[in-house]
Design a protein around this ligand. Sequence first.
Ligand code: FEO
Length: 387
Amino acid sequence: MREIKRNVYYVGAIHWDRRLFDELIPLPDGTSYNAYLIKGSEKTALIDTVDPAMEDVLIKKLKDVKIDYIIANHAEQDHSGALPRMLEKYPDAMIVTNPKCKTILMDLLHIPDNKFIEVKDGETLSLGDKTLKFIYAPWVHWPETMFTYLREDRILFPCDFLGSHLATSDLFVTDESKVYEAAKRYYAEIMMPFRTTIRKNLEKIKDLEIDIIAPSHGPLYDNPEFILNAYRDWSSEKVKNEVVIPYISMHGSTKIMIDYFVDALIKRGITVKPFNLTETDIGELAMALVDTATVVVGTPTVLTGAHPNVVYAVYLLNALRPKVKFVSIIGSYGWGGKMVEQITEMLTNLKIEILDPVIVKGLPEREDFEALDRLADEIKEKHRGME
Ligand code: FEO
C-alpha cells in the first residue's frame, strides 16, 4: 500500500510486461490497474479493483483490511474483473455503483442483484470523516462510466478517463512529457470517438476543487491542470497544419508517389506524418490522428479494391472519429479497380471534404506528379490560418 493522503492508499497492480490490450491495442510501456483504498472513521471503501490476471496483487496489498464498500466506476473487466474474488474474500462488502453499471456487471460477471447499492448522479456516501460523491460521466468510454470524488481530500477518481497506459514505479507524474505521450496515445485509442461527451464531462467537473486526479491507469496527477488542459485541447475542434499519410506500396509505384507528395507538402510548410502500414504501431497512427487537419490514404490495388491493411487503417480512421477535416487518396492500379469508392464509402462517421484523389495507372508520369503538386497546393490553401 502506498499512501496518497492520510488514510487514502494506492493498492493497484502494475503490469510491466503486458504488450497488448483487448487483443488489439499495443502497450509499448505496459500498463497499471489502479485501485484505491479509503479508510474513513466509520467505513472503508475500495475504489475499483484490478484485472483478474493481477487480482492476487490486490488481495495481498489489502491483507486483512475490512472492506465495507467496493465502488465500481466502470464495468470493464480490467477494473471489475477481480470483483467476484473480492466478494468471496469480503462477503459483507457491497458494490456501490450506478444502475447501468450494475446491470452490465451482472451480465459480465454474474454478480447477484443483492450485492449492489445503487447511487444516483450527485449522490454522496459517508465513510465517517470522509465523503464520496458520485458523478455520472457516461460514454468515457462505456455507457455506464462514472467518477468518484473524495470531498475532504479533493481527489477525483475518474477511472479510465484522463488515464495512461504506462507502467511506472512513480506514484505521481514526474516526467510530464513522457506521460503526455502515453496519455495522448490512450486518449487516441480509447477516448477519441467520444469527443463530444468528453467536453460535456470536462464541463461537469470544471467547478470541482481538485488537488489530485487518481485515474485507473498510469500515474496520478498532483497537477490536475496538466491533464485537464491536454484533454481540453485534444477534444476541441482545433486542428493542426498536418497531413497524416497511412499507406502501403506493393511494387513501388505508390511509394514513389508518397515520397514525392511528402516532399511537396514539406516544401509548402506542412507537417507530414507518413505511416507505412506494413510496420505501423496502430497506436502511433491513432495519436497522429488526434490533431491532424488532413489524412491522405496511399494504396495500391488488390483485386478490385484497396490493400487490406489500408482497409483496416481506414476502418480505424472512421471508428476513432478524429476531428480531421479533409481526406484524399493517392495510389496506383494495374488494370482497374474501385478503391476510391471503397475508401470514401467507409468514412461515414466523419464530417469531411474529399479532395480530388490522384490515382495512377502503373508508374506515375509527369502529369501525375503535377496532380500531386495540385493536391499539395489545395491542402496548403485549406490549411491557411492553422498552426
Ligand atoms: Fe481500463 Fe475501459 O477499462
